[in-house]
Design a protein around this ligand. Structure first.
Ligand code: HEM
Length: 494
């Protein structure tokens, strides 16, 4: 064999030999080799990335937890936990400083939104934005919200009178988009009024897909840019368009400065001065991120709740009894009143459990010295996460997990609380995450969902027209990719 041939054989054999040796190392000597999970997942990131590209990553992780238990090695350096204590150990106040976010896609190179801000930028941004999400700020939104729900109810009333099938998934998208348009940009999108998709709404779906793809690509380390070559170009363009539009609208809004009587987020943000303020780039990119973060999970929750209530009419009747019992007239339905409706809150919790809008889990990287998560020592550099779908829907944590049972969220001494659910591990149910980087919009989201659902139930009866919304047929990229939720609405006789 000539020297050239020898070199060629060496070069051809090198990559497969490297991959083989690396695979052997990953299943025998790797610091995570003692954690349970399939061998293929221990060897390669590809299975996890593949399920991600199909929109069924969380479902696949749930199946692994079902087989392997409370902690699973779902990729060579990635552990998924589903225990209550893992939330605190990974995301809690003390842990949060040690476990940085990992794999989040930075949609803009020169300015980050809160979700991907790092180091000193993070607390500065969180402080500047949080005033806009305070209880006072939420209460200040009530009037605008009420007006928007009035239009929503009026339009649905027309559909009911005409006996038309209504795709509630679509209507909830339009309503939440209208609401967040006013809140983040003081803009009237008018989706509900026109009963049509605003062109902007469809670019958001592209954002979910592209950012979800990028999060999976990031797991491939130095090969991530190569993997990104396979990203859908239309989805990536969707991000660009959305960023551009948001930037234009924020500039328009900021030119007006603080406007009296206007209670959008900028009224609060603009009060932060000097080194506490946000840069123009940060305001632009935060507006873009909020348009996504504040619409998709809220419309997911509302759609999930309507689907589950329509399938479980006894729960719908019970909810209606509570709303009717507390509100003597429609005008009585306020944020304060809906805050007192315990069964309504139980329905929302149970909808979030059965149909969590974020079925995956934010990834975090263990500190160099390693850390203990849920009693397991996790070596430094390991990526850890709590996937919400398995944590909320497996029998390890909830009795009768497949059953829509709002009563499980009633107090333990409530006569309607089923005994079987007294052993539920409720602390694992954290749809908004926990700790200092948990959802900033939790209070606003819950206030909005309660208000909308109470008004809907007050006005309408609804029945499913088909089962196209069945959860098991759906895909998720960060948030749910919702199919049509076709219902027949009927105005209630009063
Ligand atoms: C049912 C509705 C909602 C759910 C289930 C939800 C869930 C979450 C979760 C799980 C996170 C943590 C993400 C991570 O660590 O990777 C998060 C973060 C965030 N959410 Fe929500 N969210 C909802 C509604 C909203 C709304 C209405 C807003 C704004 C009006 C909002 C704004 C944010 C922001 C700004 C963050 C980033 C927080 C940070 O990194 O400090 N969310 N949300």
């Amino acid at each position: 064999m000539s020297e050239f041939t020898q070199l060629l054989v060496f070069l051809v054999a090198l990559p497969p030999s490297y991959l083989l040796l690396r695979a052997l190392y990953r299943i025998t000597f790797h610091p995570l080799c003692a954690f349970p999970g399939p061998k293929l997942r221990a060897i390669s990131h590809l299975p996890h990335a593949y399920y991600g590209s199909q929109g069924i990553q969380a479902v696949a992780v749930r199946d692994l937890h079902r087989q392997y238990g409370e902690v699973v090695r779902i990729a060579p350096d990635l552990l998924s936990f589903m225990t209550p204590s893992s939330w605190k150990d990974i995301h809690g106040h003390a842990a949060s400083k040690k476990f940085p976010k990992f794999g989040y896609f930075k949609v803009r190179a020169d300015a980050q939104p809160l979700l991907t801000a790092e180091d000193k930028d993070y607390p500065r941004q969180r402080a500047a934005l949080s005033h806009g999400f305070s209880d006072r700020a939420i209460a200040g939104q009530e009037w605008t919200l009420k007006k928007q729900i009035d239009v929503f109810i009026k339009k649905l009333g027309e559909k009911a009178s005409a006996h038309e099938v209504t795709n509630m998934s679509e209507w909830f998208s339009w309503l939440t988009f209208d609401i967040v348009g006013e809140f983040t940009l003081s803009m009237k999108f008018g989706c509900v009024e026109s009963g049509e998709n605003h062109p902007w709404v469809s670019t958001l779906v592209k954002w979910f897909r592209a950012t979800s793809f990028a999060a999976n690509a990031n797991a491939f380390g130095i090969f991530a840019p190569f993997v990104m070559l396979f990203a859908n170009i239309k989805d990536l363009m969707g991000i660009k368009i959305h960023l551009q539009r948001s930037a234009e609208k924020v500039r328009e809004r900021l030119e007006q400065g603080e406007v009296s009587g206007k209670a959008d987020i900028w009224s609060y943000v603009l009060r932060a001065q000097g080194d506490k303020s946000l840069t123009m780039g940060e305001m632009e990119v935060n507006a873009a991120a909020l348009l996504v973060a504040a619409t998709a999970p809220v419309s997911d929750t509302l759609s999930g709740a309507v689907y589950l209530l329509a399938k479980n009419r006894d729960k719908l009747v019970k909810l209606r009894e509570e709303v009717d019992g507390l509100a003597k007239s429609e005008e009585d339905i306020t944020m304060v009143l809906t805050g007192k409706m315990t069964y309504l809150m139980a329905v929302i919790n149970e909808s979030l459990r059965c149909y969590t809008p974020t079925p995956g889990g934010g990834r975090r990287k263990a500190p160099p010295e390693g850390a203990t998560v849920s009693g397991y020592f996790v070596p430094g550099g390991t990526i850890v996460c709590v996937y919400q779908l398995p944590a909320f829907t497996l029998p390890n944590n909830f009795a009768l997990p497949e059953t829509f049972l709002p009563e499980r969220w009633l107090p333990a001494d409530h006569p309607d609380r089923p005994n079987a659910t007294l052993s539920d591990k409720q602390e694992v149910f954290q749809p908004f995450s926990v700790g200092p980087k948990a959802c900033l919009g939790k209070g606003m989201a819950l206030a909005e969902i309660k208000f909308i659902l109470a008004r809907l139930v007050w006005h309408f009866d609804f029945e499913l027209v088909d089962n196209g919304f069945a959860f098991e047929k759906q895909r998720a990229f960060l948030f749910r990719e919702r199919p049509a939720l076709n219902v027949q609405l009927a105005a209630r006789n009063r």
